[in-house]
Design a protein around this ligand. Sequence first.
Ligand code: PNS
Length: 166
Amino acid sequence: MSKQRIAVYPGSFDPPTRGHINIIERASRVVDKLVVGVLINASKSPMFTLDERVALLKEAVAYLPNVEVRAFSGLLVDFAKKQRAGIIIRGLRGVSDFESERDLANANRMLLPELETVFLMTDPSLSFISSSLVKEIASFGGDFSAMVPVNVKEAILNKTLKKENE
Ligand code: PNS
């Protein structure tokens, strides 16, 4: 393992939200390098392709010099090993996230005990935000602009317009 404190922050990011960016920003302050890992198979019908999700995240975190954005497939522990990371970062919005996150952390610890999962509590003002909520509001033409970075808002509006014109 490298002497540098390297962490991975994995997720589907379909789309990236202000909650994600808040976790990335805060995690980047407590590690030397943070690698945001974008899962290749987000869902069967993602709103954004892998390349789009990576590009949107890169743009949204460009102001953070110690953050990299990379795609990954397969097991998270293998991705973390490849990045020489000793830490997995996950955000907790509230108790509803707890059980699934505990299971994920325990499974990852079983697979690679030296990799620690560290949880950051989501900023309370952002804790109601989820990618699926953003997609639902967008699909009905509602205003979701407070929930996502500006570049993501533009990208969602472009997608929605394109769909309407099809
Ligand atoms: O943003 P999400 O969808 O909550 O992120 C879930 C993610 C990407 C962290 C999780 O699905 C994951 O790590 N997938 C990779 C496969 C893996 O390692 N699964 C957990 C070990 S059993």
